[in-house]
Design a protein around this ligand. Structure first.
Ligand SMILES: Cc1cc2nc3c(=O)[nH]c(=O)nc-3n(C[C@H](O)[C@H](O)[C@H](O)COP(=O)(O)O)c2cc1C
Length: 191
């Protein structure tokens, strides 16, 4: 059995919907368990993120997929607090050779989302993880419509109406395909 953890922050729900779509795609691969692990601001006390239960879940995972909205061209502060806390794991290289991947969502077509994916991949490299890129050509039904290869990007126009978050159908299929790719790569790596 392959265990995949999707650890992400989402302020208004779009990144959460991408995480769900990645999970849907991963579950299509036989013998795959997937767990969504939300990072929240409440896990930060006196400026430091701490949640031993989440770290235990990540330790048990064969693959960790990291997700954050793009805030000011990079990861959200809440997610960065989690990443910084995981430096305690980095010291012992506790995530070494786990499969890694990343995704982000933002409101502008570019919005400098590449900065977020670059950061997520650098963090994975520091942990000596095995980074899996999107692996999808732009194509039908909006597949990889934003042309991102480092990881998966999603984009929705800013909506101040207070309506529940939605994501573009193309970003959903791209995320599902990525989940399938992550699960497949994890099983190949395990062999
Ligand atoms: C503090 C802040 C900074 C943001 N910076 C960017 C940005 O650099 N580029 C962009 O396209 N959108 C930016 N946005 C918009 C968010 O990326 C967008 O609302 C995203 O969908 C939020 O994802 P979520 O619904 O998962 O929280 C920013 C939003 C906030 C609140």
């Amino acid at each position: 059995m392959t265990n995949i953890a999707i650890v992400y922050f989402s302020g208004t729900g779009h990144t959460h919907l991408m995480a769900e779509a990645i999970a849907t795609g991963a579950k299509q691969v036989a013998d795959t368990n997937v767990e969504l692990i939300p990072i929240t601001g409440e896990q930060i006390v006196n400026g430091r993120w701490k949640d031993d239960e989440i770290f235990a879940k990540l330790q048990a995972a064969d693959a960790i997929v990291f997700g954050s909205p793009t805030y000011m061209g990079g990861v959200a502060a809440q997610f960065k607090a989690f990443v910084d806390a995981a430096s305690s794991i980095w010291f012992a290289q506790g995530w070494k050779d786990k499969i890694a991947g990343g995704f982000t969502h933002s409101s502008s077509l570019s919005g400098d989302k590449q900065g977020t994916l670059l950061y997520l991949s650098i963090n994975a490299a520091q942990h000596s993880m095995i980074w899996v890129g999107a692996g999808q050509m732009p194509g039908q039904d909006g597949m990889n419509r934003l042309g991102s290869f480092m990881g998966v990007m999603g984009q929705s126009d800013m909506d101040m109406s207070g309506a529940p978050a939605t994501i573009e159908p193309g970003d959903r299929v791209t995320s599902e395909s990525y989940g399938h790719r992550i699960a497949t790569a994890t099983q190949r790596w395990q062999k």
